[in-house]
Every structure is written in C-alpha cells, then in structure tokens.
Design a binder for this molecule. Structure first.
Ligand SMILES: [Zn+2]
Length: 209
C-alpha cells in the first residue's frame, strides 16, 4: 500500500516537473478570438528607442520577437512551446525603424487578437501571452524585471530604461542584485562581479542579475 502511494507521488511529481502547469491555461483553442486590439496614440520606448506597440485593455503590448532588436535574446523551444526572453548585455541595439504612427481615432477597434498555446517566459517568469497578427505578444509592463518604467504624459509615451548590468550588494545580504530588485532597500552599493564572486556573494534568484 505504502509503495503504491509512493509511486503515485513520484509520478505526480515527475508529471509536475515535466509538464509545468501553464498558469494562464484556459479552455481556449489556438486561434480563438480573445478580444480587441485598439488604436492608440501611446508610444513605447526602450532606452529611448521606439518599439512598435499595440493596445489591449488599455495596456501597451509589444511583439516578443522584436526584443531581439533591443538587447535581448529570444529563444523558442518548439517541444515545450516556450519562448524565453533573457537580457544579453553584449547584444547590439538595432532598433526597428520607420514605425508607422497611428492615424485612426484612439480607442477604436483595430483588429482582434487570438489565443496562442505558446508560453512567454521572461527571465524565468511566465507572463501572459497572446497572438497579435500571427506573432507572439506580451504586455510591455511585464518587462519590469529588466529595468525601470516611466510614464511621459507630455509625449504620451511609456519609457523603459534597462538595467545597465551593474550589480549591487546590501550591508546584510549574501546575494548580489540589480539596484531596483524588490528585495533591495535604500541601502546598497555597487560592486563588480569579480569582487562579488570573490567575497562569496551569489546571484539573487528574483532579479537574476
Ligand atoms: Zn535581487
């Protein structure tokens, strides 16, 4: 009896490890219409460079693959259906040019977006994703682990400034972080990666510096 329960438990654990639940899983099928994409005058920027954006539920949405032009690696695994985004500090910025301005009245319906079974994972964290005109899209705000957002009301723009790669430590912790990690308070100082390693600091699992 005990053996049976153990086996069941092992199978359950293996199943959970092999097939992690998609936290946004739903009863939708690929291609089902989820809602409207609205025309918007809002513009989105990464490090001062414009990135094409859409509007869903009054939130800015970007195309995941576009991040390759803004210092990120985007890798798709066809087997797991996961598209993973990580920061690549060595990657050259090649911002998309000639982005068309909205000519329609803001707030009117542009087209529909549809359900996708592809899971978007940003720095190891799964976020909501959907299909916008055949491409995998995410909310712009979900990039918050990678830097600081600022709303520019005058320009009607949402601006993301990416972490520069420098790391910090706090007086008491044994981990190194980006300064804007949610576990880091006011009291921090920069440290080089070499110094941090030599002093025995390890990378924070939350901000993943
Ligand atoms: Zn951290």
């Amino acid at each position: 009896m005990k053996k049976k329960i153990c086996l069941a438990l092992v199978m359950l654990i293996s199943f959970t490890v092999l097939f992690p639940a998609n936290i946004f899983a739903s009863d939708f099928s690929v291609g089902d219409i989820l809602g409207d994409v609205l025309n918007t005058n809002v513009r989105t920027y990464i490090n001062g460079e414009r990135i094409p954006n859409y509007n869903i539920n009054n939130r800015s949405v970007i195309i995941l693959a576009d991040l390759r032009n803004y210092g990120f690696d985007v890798v798709f695994n066809d087997e797991t259906r996961v598209s993973s985004v990580t920061r690549n500090y060595g990657r050259e910025f090649t911002p998309i040019e000639d982005i068309a301005d909205n000519t329609e009245r803001a707030g009117t319906v542009a087209f529909q977006y549809v359900y996708t079974d592809i899971i978007a994972v940003l720095n190891g964290r799964e976020v909501e994703s959907f299909n916008v005109r055949g491409r995998l899209a995410i909310f712009f705000g979900d990039l918050r682990d990678f830097g600081d957002f600022e709303w520019d009301g005058e320009a009607n723009a949402s601006r993301l400034t990416l972490n520069d790669g420098r790391i910090v430590i706090t007086p008491t912790g044994r981990r190194y972080h980006f300064y804007n990690c949610r576990t880091v308070g006011e009291n921090w100082q920069y440290i080089t990666r070499e110094e941090a390693r030599e002093a025995g600091y390890t990378a924070c699992a939350i901000c993943r510096p």
